[in-house]
Ligand binder design. Structure first.
Ligand code: CP
Length: 303
């Protein structure tokens, strides 16, 4: 895998091997391999978790994370993603991490750039590193992924998390369900839709999504959303004994989920964020190894 654009690129073996690597990063001390690898985190959409966890992961691995802010960059003078990426390549970046509103941003760069790229979010199409950290969180909980029943709830149509996760979960043997308010369904995802009330009773994982207001053509009111379609305290009580709650965050508290449930015993929302660091280390290690830029022997077992 030369670039990491979609979870579709990974075999099942790759996925589980990366999850194991992420777990080993969680439990081992990471030794700086070099201070001469430069990473460029090119975020053309807002981010807290993805960008900051990539930076933490890069610093743990001893990389130099180059500072880029779209607002103060030459993008403001009309420079394209392609020219921005080529500039970072020219000045010595060894890896690009890119988030962009275009569903297919990478197509402009593929084959024209000689350093690896990692997709940190492509429009509403793909969020593969979020998918990998969600898989790790589920795996940690159940020791398996195959055979679970998982519902993805919310603004499916506009969610890159839903698109990456539904496909990957199905490929790993999950019984995938979708649950969406009218207008938030996506006919391209061919999985059964069920109500939130049925979902909480039958699923092992309730994966909530943020309403993506910024991608809506017309404004959607959310006044009754929690009661009609969200995870209320009453619905949480009906979940299976060991079922867990995931949400990629940021969270619209009181909309997708009752604010009191964000840190309840079932919630793994902050665990997901912690796992994001280790999964992103594993992904960077994988692609840099593939390009021969870094080998795998850079971690040192904790004494
Ligand atoms: N989950 C996620 O992608 O969060 P950010 O937008 O803050 O990176």
């Amino acid at each position: 895998m030369r670039h990491f654009i979609s979870v579709d690129q990974l075999t099942e073996k790759d996925i589980y091997s990366m999850l194991q690597k992420a777990e080993s990063y969680r439990s081992q001390k990471v030794k700086d391999m070099t201070s001469k690898l430069f990473t460029a985190n090119l975020f053309f959409e807002p981010s807290t978790r993805t960008k900051m966890s990539f930076i933490v992961a890069q610093r743990k691995m001893g990389f130099e994370a180059l500072d880029f802010h779209e607002d103060t960059s030459s993008v403001r003078k009309g420079e394209s993603l392609y020219d921005t990426a080529k500039t970072f390549e020219a000045i010595g970046a060894n890896l690009l991490v890119v988030r962009h509103p275009d569903d297919n941003w990478y197509e402009a760069l593929e084959g024209k750039i000689s350093i690896p790229m990692i997709n940190a979010g492509a429009g509403k199409a793909e969020h593969p590193t979020q998918c990998m950290l969600d898989l790790l969180t589920i795996y940690q909980e159940y020791g398996r992924i195959e055979g679970l029943k998982i519902v993805i709830v919310g603004d499916i149509k506009h969610s890159r998390v839903a698109h990456s996760n539904a496909k990957a979960l199905a490929r790993l043997g999950v019984e995938v369900y979708l649950c969406a308010a009218p207008g938030f369904e996506d006919p391209e995802l061919e999985f059964p839709y069920i109500s939130i009330d049925e979902a909480v009773e039958i699923c092992d994982v309730v994966m909530l999504l943020r309403i993506q207001h910024e991608r809506h053509v017309q404004k959607n009111e959310t006044n009754n959303y929690l009661d009609l379609y969200g995870l209320t305290k009453e619905r949480e009580k009906k979940m299976k004994e060991k079922a867990i709650i995931l949400h990629p965050a940021p969270i619209n508290r009181g909309v997708e989920i009752d604010t009191d449930l964000v840190e309840c015993r079932r919630s793994r929302i902050f665990k997901q964020m912690e796992n994001g660091v280790y999964v992103r280390m594993a992904i960077m290690s994988h692609v840099l190894n593939e390009w021969g830029i870094m080998n795998e022997n850079f971690i040192e077992k904790r004494q």
